[in-house]
Design a protein around this ligand. Sequence first.
Ligand SMILES: NC(=O)c1ccc[n+]([C@@H]2O[C@H](COP(=O)([O-])OP(=O)(O)OC[C@H]3O[C@@H](n4cnc5c(N)ncnc54)[C@H](O)[C@@H]3O)[C@@H](O)[C@H]2O)c1
Length: 263
Amino acid sequence: MRLLDRVAVITGGASGIGRAIADRFVEEGARVVIADLSAEAGARAADEINGAGSRGSAAHYAVDVSARDQVRHFATAVQERFGRIDVLINNAGVTRYRPFLEAASEDWNAVLDVDLKGVFFCAQAVAPAMVSQSYGKIVNIASVSGTGCSAHAAGGSPGGNAAYAAAKAGVIQLTKTLARELGPSGINVNCVAPGFFLTPLTGSTRTPEQVKEHVAARAGMAVLNRPGKVIELANSVLFLASDEASFIAGQTLFVDGGRTDRM
Ligand SMILES: NC(=O)c1ccc[n+]([C@@H]2O[C@H](COP(=O)([O-])OP(=O)(O)OC[C@H]3O[C@@H](n4cnc5c(N)ncnc54)[C@H](O)[C@@H]3O)[C@@H](O)[C@H]2O)c1
């Protein structure tokens, strides 16, 4: 087992990609801690995972990653309960499509607060435990939007994504600086940039017709000509969170089926 008894915090672990990561980690023996804004969804996910009979286990906490005090209290509670924190997956994310000329500062803040500041807050809250252990793995979830620039006012996307793209580009660069600062303490910090995966996020800002159009458009932009499966993303995150990736730091792994807008 690749994560046997490792304590692994997964933000946004109640849904979509985060839930797939939680499922995969538990199969590998991890003690997963889901930190999600939704207490109800977090509890449901933990119950389902614990009922599935894997070697690992799941606990859940209601946490808003954009609220620094909440994040700090959460990290302290996890350390008191489990005695250590081995892995942090910064996965919680939101999106808000707005044509650039119409975007309000409230739109910008809503996305940047969760997608970028949340990564900063969570890493800073969890890193002291990892430093004291001289061991830790942090994997940040960015996006192809952090480097590519695909059309977002067509193909089933209801508008521009300047805030999201800027936040995800920030996550890629933050990964490098954290890797540099925390690496000497035995902490590997890396990043995974997903392409297109069908999750609740896809439908959160689109009508069902736009989702269909978006799936077709995005599938056509990958050389593998299909959306990704969340298990394919989870396997990549597992690799970077495991000791198999012990000499990898500061890297961003694109799991995107070969996105032509980025190649
Ligand atoms: N789905 C894709 O195609 C895709 C592509 C590129 C990047 N990503 C990134 O992958 C990550 C997961 O996306 P997903 O598609 O699984 O989304 P999702 O909407 O299915 O899940 C996101 C989870 O994050 C939680 N969350 C939202 N705000 C939070 C907050 N402030 N604090 C704590 N939890 C919060 C939600 O409750 C939800 O459970 C995000 O960072 C997203 O930007 C997704």
